[in-house]
Design a binder for this molecule. Structure first.
Ligand SMILES: [Ca+2]
Length: 207
């Protein structure tokens, strides 16, 4: 957390792959995650909390590193590489498209409408009372926001909004309710005047 409108990032580097970080623009405490994979011969990593330019301090607390022992992705067509939207449903009546211009990985990505639009997918077969991490890459027009989120899993909806015209990573950690085996994940572009994009959505069990 930091001053409203400023950014604090947590990140990881020196682990045998490209440095990666997640920025938070929240002025209240919010959970932020950075999934990473160590290189083939790397056994160490450097993690950090970093406040960039601004007028006030940022705050970080409760760092943890958890190994994902079952990295299977529970999202179907999360990379949109089928070239079609199936099985993603629309978040609103505003049309979206699967197109090369929205690709973060591979040949296709999801391009939202200019506002109030996106896609969602309900994942079934999850374990109740189990923690998962939702990850994805998003971008929006300059100064506009796009969100990666999860709802209908037996606990309060949670999302991670990103602003920025270049693709950046987002992550949401969520724990299914004691009787819930489903979750609906989404990529949603809110108010604005230009399309956003998302790609590479994944849900992975933690631990
Ligand atoms: Ca893709």
């Amino acid at each position: 957390m930091g001053v409203a409108g400023e950014q604090v990032a947590i990140g990881v580097k020196n682990h045998g792959a490209a440095e990666t970080f997640t920025q938070s623009t929240d002025s209240t405490w919010a959970l932020t995650t950075v999934p990473f994979t160590t290189g083939p011969s790397n056994t160490t990593a450097t993690v950090y909390c970093y406040k960039n330019a601004g007028t006030g301090p940022g705050f970080c607390d409760n760092f943890s590193i958890v190994k994902l022992t079952n990295p299977a992705n529970r999202v179907v067509n999360g990379d949109f590489e089928t070239g079609s939207r199936t099985p993603w449903g629309l978040s609103s009546t505003v049309p979206v498209s699967v197109t090369a211009s929205a690709a973060h990985s591979g040949s296709f990505g999801l391009l939202t409408g200019a506002a109030n639009s996106g896609v969602q997918q309900t994942i079934s077969g999850l374990q109740p009372g189990t923690t998962y991490v939702l990850t994805g890459w998003l971008r929006a027009a300059s100064a506009e926001q796009i969100a990666l989120g999860v709802k209908s899993f037996g606990a309060a909806e949670s999302f991670h909004a990103l602003a920025g015209a270049t693709y950046g990573p987002a992550a949401v950690v969520f724990t299914t309710g004691t009787a819930s085996t489903q979750a609906t994940v989404y990529c949603y572009k809110g108010a604005g005047s230009a399309a956003g994009a998302c790609d590479d959505l994944a849900v992975t069990a933690v631990g």
